[in-house]
Design a protein around this ligand. Sequence first.
Ligand code: NAP
Length: 283
Amino acid sequence: MQSVTLNNGVEMPILGFGVYQISAEDTERAVSEALAAGYRLLDTAAAYGNEEAVGRAIRSSNIDRNDLFVTTKLWVQDAPAEDNTKRAFETSLDKLGLDYLDLYLMHQPFGDVYGQWRAMEAFNREGTARAIGVANFYPDRLLDLIVNNDITPAVNQIETHPFFQRADYQDLMSEHGVQTQSWGGFAEGKNDLFSNALLAGIGKEYGKSVAQVVLRWLNQRGVIAIPKSVRAERMAENIDVFDFQLTDEQMARIGTLDTGVSLFFDHHDPEIVAWLAERRLDD
Ligand code: NAP
């Protein structure tokens, strides 16, 4: 598996397995199958409600902990957030059955962002989070966090797929040493992604599926992807993307699919801000 080197020297696989919207009952089986298929990067979150099941699958796999890269995410915390964040972090570690994380992400740019980040910096300094980063941060919020704190996020996990490509933002993040990670790499199938004629046509030239073309396109852009599937055959398909190379012309043609607009939610929309910011995991 190819890896990328994060801004603090930590190596992170360029392709992994996401478990959003996999029920707690299904997650242990799905993660076990993903590990058997060769995935070593696992992406969960406190908000997904399946950290315990991810932990069970990790333990039953008997894979050396050093060979895994486990990410989980902190949900929004109220001010003063330092103590809440420490509690949330320890709860996630307990549920996962781990004594350190490879990457801990702030899930949303809301709540007491500064307090949350200061606590995360402490986990990183003490080594219980080998890398720390953020998710869903738009450029203004990311730059604010970078210029006013000590540790620059290693990763920003953002909606990135053929219909919302974020190329300019990726350039800005690269300038600041922040690695782009895609969530919703398949746009969760929206806009009929899996039957898109342009992507299917390119795939046909290599005997590859639309899903494989999308993942290869992300990979060639240097974007980390974490496709989700509950089906073993798709897990195998989604990791089989390193034996072909898209041409510059094909990369440029995929570029024409960009609409520049989110297919999910705009973190600047006041209604979305209120909806996300008011949610608490204990509610
Ligand atoms: P996604 O990976 O874009 O799409 C998942 C959908 O694609 C599922 O319906 C899956 O169906 C289908 N699928 C997977 N492989 C396929 C294939 N080869 N052919 C056809 N269909 C296929 O969606 P996502 O789960 O939203 O995003 C990926 C991960 O990103 C998440 O699991 C999560 O870890 C992370 N994420 C993070 C955030 C955030 O706020 N930070 C938000 C969303 C997601 P089946 O399962 O039935 O195969």
